[in-house]
Write a protein that binds this ligand. Structure first.
Ligand code: PLP
Length: 350
């Protein structure tokens, strides 16, 4: 702490990202990255942008990329908002749409950045408990609020909420914005984007970090009614007009143009997820049903903490959250067949 800090900085509780270790040879299954890497067309597109034009600012509106994403999702480009990773998009959402003097609602077990944004913008948050089986119950979201946000599939549980239940939450909250954070939707869920023209209070957020394997490029977006997008643009243009650089815009566009790569990558993750789930169950784990690129599992006898430690000693990193309700669980990112094999072999050891 320092006397130079603005007073509110003293009370900030920042987000703690999963570890990015410097050591090589680790089996890194802790931050839900995609093991298969981006399309070679993405690399080509980025290389083609590595030229003298880097002296010029990028397109502040990312028009080409917005058009590509709009076409892919059958919406208008004015319904697409781009950001430097979906984390930045989420930050602007909290600022632009969640400050109504009433607490926003999100699940008690969810993406831990939501309470951090609440702290940053001084927004009150109410944690709505998931059911005993770690599901979102739409009836619990029928209470006064300043907005609603949840990931679908939820993180770190991996559990998916069917669109009919998402619609129930939207209908119960027609006077507030409901944000569906779909970071993991391409691994088996159905996107709520097709509902945006029906529900002016729906905002869907997605990222290229997971299914398109571009966590290092930092590209995310939101899709919704043009009035919601206009609010986000006002905030963005009061903060940083150029969140996406030239390389990010070119690479992200190319990612959408290689549908085959995307599909193969998602299928690879899904089939490995099913295999890992079965293997963990055989090893006496309870595994929550997942539609994400990770599984959330607890051993019926051994503690989450001791298992995470034992795996680490064997060069395998998974995520363990020392938090109420979930401290016995491990969140395990689905890796390549070899990485998953290493995980399963390590867990077989006494
Ligand atoms: C639920 C959820 N939303 C958003 C993000 C942020 O993704 P990014 O900022 O890489 O787009 C993550 C990252 O792990 C996540 O788990």
């Amino acid at each position: 702490m320092s006397k130079f800090w603005s007073p509110m900085v003293k009370s900030l509780v920042p987000y703690v990202p999963g570890e990015q270790p410097k050591m090589t040879n680790l089996v890194k299954l802790n931050t839900n990255e995609n093991p298969y890497g981006p399309s070679p067309k993405v690399i080509e597109a980025i290389q083609a942008e590595l030229n003298d034009s880097l002296r010029l600012y990028p397109d502040p509106e990312g028009e080409g990329l917005r058009q590509t994403i709009a076409d892919y999702h059958s919406v208008k480009p004015e319904q697409v908002f781009l950001g430097n990773g979906s984390d930045e998009v989420l930050a602007h959402i909290f600022y632009a749409l969640f400050q109504h003097g009433e607490p926003i609602l999100f699940p008690d077990v969810t993406y831990s950045f939501y309470p951090v944004y609440c702290g940053l913008y001084n927004i009150e948050g109410t944690k709505v408990p998931l059911t005993d089986s770690f599901e979102i119950n739409p009836d619990d979201y029928k209470q006064p609020n300043g907005g609603v946000i949840f990931p679908n599939p939820n993180a770190p549980t991996g559990r998916y909420l069917g669109l009919e239940h998402v619609e129930a939450i939207l209908r119960a909250n027609s006077e507030r914005v409901v944000v569906v954070d779909e970071a993991y939707v391409d691994f088996g869920g159905e996107s709520a984007i097709k509902l945006v023209d029906q529900y002016p209070n729906l905002l869907v957020c997605q990222t290229l970090s997971k299914a398109r394997s571009l966590a290092g490029l930092r590209v995310g977006f939101a899709i919704g009614h043009t009035e919601l997008i206009e609010a986000l643009n006002r905030v963005k243009n009061s903060f940083n007009s150029y969140p996406l650089d030239r390389l990010a815009q070119a690479g992200a566009k190319a990612a959408y143009e290689d549908q085959e790569w995307f599909q193969k990558s998602c299928e690879g993750v899904i089939s490995e997820r099913e295999r890992v789930t079965k293997a963990l169950e055989d090893l006496n784990f309870e595994v929550l049903p997942s539609k994400a690129n990770f599984v959330f599992a607890r051993h019926k006898e051994k503690s989450g903490e001791s298992l995470a430690k034992a795996l680490r000693e064997q060069g395998i990193i998974v995520r363990h959250f020392n938090k109420p309700r979930i401290s016995e669980f491990l969140r395990i990112t689905i890796g390549t067949p070899e990485q998953n094999g290493a995980l399963i072999s390590a867990l077989r050891l006494p």
